[in-house]
Design a binder for this molecule. Structure first.
Ligand code: NAD
Length: 325
């Protein structure tokens, strides 16, 4: 069967949107047909840089495309995505999917009715350091996640929970297969009028506990996950691309083995540092989007996943606000 060449448009070509443009220029089975941005100068700059068309009308770009990337600020995701889906186009929406759960549900319902793909840009799900855990049976009992970043004005229109923590919420929901039992959350404003630093302790029905800390007021970038479970402990450095796995009596090939005794039984701790694929996660998620439209793959992060991450992020934000009043 011959794969269809898809006409792709990019809406919003600021900091991140221009990278969508760059990748779509070099993905098989894709014809980038142009960009639209309400900042006309920015649209011209990016169209010139990547040798593509600048559209003056959003409607015309949508009409001429088979699928679109929506890389505008979150408060515009819903109305733009709704226009695209209404015109029977597949959409890749940057995270968070929308501002409200109702908006997300409305988009999902409409897309499902029309058999269209909604993919959400929770890029960390495709981070090669996280994907390196695939050969292991991950059944966490305790998870610690830390995401710290130096202050930047971008993203401060929303609480840190919706800008940064939502990445980790999405990862967490993808690795713990159980409903949530209880949430404790705290947070503070440091520079902005919104929450700049947040902590959430999430307990699941299967008794797994996750501690997530996110801050946009930090000296340096840190993005780390630690997973503890029976006979296994692993650390994932999402930023540096390093994954390390310690297993009791691990069967996988390991570089270091440390024998020890417990209750008279000889056990071995094996240490493994899986080889991390050198892939560009944004390019990988856009290829996954194209392959999903062509029926070759399933979207790694579906609209429903984006909605679930948003739901938990909004709940945590509300709890923090209630705690601090
Ligand atoms: P940005 O401000 O740099 O760029 C946004 C662009 O959208 C601007 O050029 C602006 O003129 C344009 N725009 C605004 N409203 C528009 C509208 N209604 N129609 C068309 N164009 C419009 O922002 P950014 O950092 O590129 O972020 C864009 C989106 O990407 C946000 O949803 C953000 O949360 C998300 N994001 C995701 C990640 C990630 O890791 N996945 C990283 C950064 C940003």
């Amino acid at each position: 069967m011959k794969t269809k060449i898809l006409n792709i448009g990019v809406i919003g070509v600021g900091h991140l949107g221009q990278h969508h443009v760059k990748h779509f220029k070099n993905i098989d089975n894709v014809k980038l047909i142009g960009v639209f941005d309400i900042n006309s100068k920015q649209a011209s700059k990016i169209a010139l840089k990547f040798n593509t068309n600048k559209f003056e009308s959003l409607f015309n770009l949508i009409k001429k495309s088979d699928a679109l990337s929506i890389v505008t600020p979150t408060n515009s995701h819903f109305s733009i995505a709704k226009d695209c889906i209404s015109l029977n186009k597949h959409v890749f929406i940057e995270k968070p999917i929308t501002k409200t759960i109702k908006e997300a549900n409305d988009l999902i319902k409409l897309a499902n009715k029309k058999n269209l793909i909604i993919q959400v840009g929770h890029i960390e799900r495709i981070n090669p350091a996280l994907l390196a855990l695939k050969p292991y049976k991950i059944e966490p009992k305790f998870i610690e996640i830390q995401r710290l970043a130096p202050y930047s004005v971008r993203g401060t229109e929303v609480p840190v929970v919706l800008d940064k923590m939502i990445h980790d919420i999405d990862i967490l929901l993808s690795i713990v297969n159980s409903p949530i039992k209880k949430i404790h959350a705290n947070g503070i404003s440091i520079i902005t009028d919104s929450i700049d630093m947040a902590h959430a302790r999430i307990k699941f029905n299967n008794n797994t506990v996750a501690n997530i800390t996110s801050s946009r007021i930090a000296k340096e970038d840190i993005r780390k996950i630690k997973i503890f479970q029976r006979n296994l402990y692993c650390t994932i450095d999402l930023l540096k691309g390093i994954t390390e796995v310690y297993q009791i009596n691990g069967e996988l090939k390991s570089t270091i083995q440390a024998p020890f005794n417990y209750k008279g039984n000889k056990k071995i701790i094996t240490y493994t540092k899986p080889k991390i694929q050198k892939t560009d996660p944004l390019r990988a998620e856009l290829i996954n989007f194209i392959n999903s439209i062509n029926g070759k793959e399933k979207p790694i992060v579906k609209g429903e996943d984006g909605r679930d991450a948003l739901k938990l992020a909004i709940k945590i934000t509300k709890l923090i606000k209630r705690e601090s009043n």
